[in-house]
Every structure is written in structure tokens, then in C-alpha cells.
Design a protein around this ligand. Structure first.
Ligand SMILES: [Zn+2]
Length: 230
């Protein structure tokens, strides 16, 4: 396990911010997620919590009671940037219609930041996480992402990480300097194995790849977001 802040020069600008207080509460919009999805999302949160407990002695996320999660009736189309952190924290939503982001995005986490005028990291104080049930997951779409893999990736965004490489970084936010490796030309490039790699592959049946384990790159960058002084 990596316990130091490790930020490769090619991944400069990929730490977007951090939460001022941890654990950051994560809630599920009421009625959206079935029990297997709840378990998968909680397992994604547990990956980060296990890592942060070992590296920094705190839980990154409050994922709520096992098997149920924290439940929220908040109805947000965008994160609540005009107030302090909501009691329900970050709410996860399924979108079955009105997908307002890139159709190629399986899920999108959108955060509210307070800039740090002293050059340090911005402070994240609210967010929402949206899952694209228009273009994925449903039979008509024919592509079925692995929920735990998607959750661990999106929770990486939620804690403050951008992608390991571009150009699929999210709009209006920092992007890595480096283009993503060509997976055909360079299949052993370690960036491809990171949970924060911005592309998900599907097999011919439409099943999404399973990538649930934090790599050294994910760990090293996550440490940077929560290193005192950053
Ligand atoms: Zn992403």
C-alpha cells in the first residue's frame, strides 16, 4: 500500500480538491437503487475507507448502514453550491431520462468547490453523483457496467481526484496533462489499470469490465488530496 503523496509529473493538476471534514456523507436517493446495487456501491466506498484507514487513519466516506445505506429524499438536478454541506451529504441518483451530460458517460459526479486563495487545494462541500440509465444498464442500451467498478471510480472523483489521463476529463475542471495510453499499442501501461482511468471496456455480450481494486497510482494521488498543507 502507498502511504505517501505520489503525484507523477504527467498527472499534475489531477488533484481537484478535498473535503474539509471526513467522513464525507454519501446518501442514496430514495427508491433508486436495488439491494444488489446498494451492496456494490457500499463495497466501492469500503475500498476507499479501508485504504484511508490504513494510510491516514480516517474513513473517507460515511456510506451508511450495511445493506441499506443513508437514504435521502433530496431532489437535485445540480449540486447545491449556494449553501453549506447538506445534511444528507452527496446524493446518488439514477437518471432514466433527462441525461444532461455526455451520452458516453456512465456516471458523472459534479462537485461544488470553495477555491483556496493561498494556492492550496480547493475545498469540496457539496456534490451529486448521477448514473446514466438512459445509455447504460438498461436492456435497450445493451451495455451493463459493473456497478462496484463504477462506484469506486466515481467515489474517487468525489474525494477529489480527476482522471489519470485525458482527454476524457470532465468539463470545466482540471484535466491531466497526459493523453491516455493506446490500450492496443501499450496494454501493459499501468495507467490503464487504475480505477481512475477514464474509459470502461465492454465485452461482446455488453458486460462492463470489472475494476474494483485501487492501484498504487490511485492510492498515491488520493494521499495527496489529504496530506496536511495541501
Ligand atoms: Zn471519471
Amino acid at each position: 500500500m502507498v502511504t505517501a503523496c505520489v503525484l507523477p509529473v504527467t498527472e499534475a493538476n489531477t488533484i481537484q480538491g478535498h473535503w474539509a471534514t471526513t467522513p464525507a456523507k454519501v446518501s442514496l436517493h430514495v427508491g433508486d437503487f436495488d439491494p444488489s446495487e446498494v451492496n456494490a456501491i457500499q463495497a466501492g466506498g469500503a475500498s476507499w475507507n479501508t485504504f484511508f484507514q490504513a494510510s491516514k487513519s480516517f474513513n473517507m466516506f460515511d456510506m451508511g448502514p450495511p445493506g441499506g445505506g443513508n437514504i435521502s429524499s433530496n431532489a437535485q438536478s445540480t449540486p447545491t453550491c449556494g449553501s453549506g454541506t447538506l445534511a444528507d451529504g452527496t446524493v446518488l441518483y439514477k437518471r432514466f431520462s433527462n441525461w444532461t451530460h455526455n451520452a458516453a458517460a456512465i456516471a458523472v459526479t459534479t462537485t461544488c468547490f470553495t477555491p483556496n486563495n493561498n494556492g492550496g487545494l480547493a475545498t469540496i462541500f457539496n456534490a451529486i453523483m448521477e448514473f446514466n440509465y438512459v445509455n447504460f444498464y438498461v436492456a435497450s442500451a445493451g451495455r451493463f457496467p459493473d456497478m462496484q467498478s463504477i462506484a469506486v471510480h466515481e467515489l474517487g472523483h468525489l474525494l477529489g481526484l480527476d482522471h489519470t489521463c485525458g482527454p476524457l476529463g470532465r468539463p470545466n475542471q482540471a484535466k491531466p496533462f497526459t493523453a491516455c495510453p493506446d490500450v492496443n499499442a501499450d496494454p501493459n501501461n499501468p495507467v490503464i489499470a487504475t480505477v481512475m482511468f477514464p474509459q470502461v471496456f465492454f465485452d461482446p455480450s455488453g458486460a462492463g469490465e470489472v475494476k474494483q481494486i485501487l492501484t498504487a497510482d490511485d492510492q498515491g494521488r488520493a494521499n495527496c488530496a489529504y496530506t496536511p498543507g495541501n
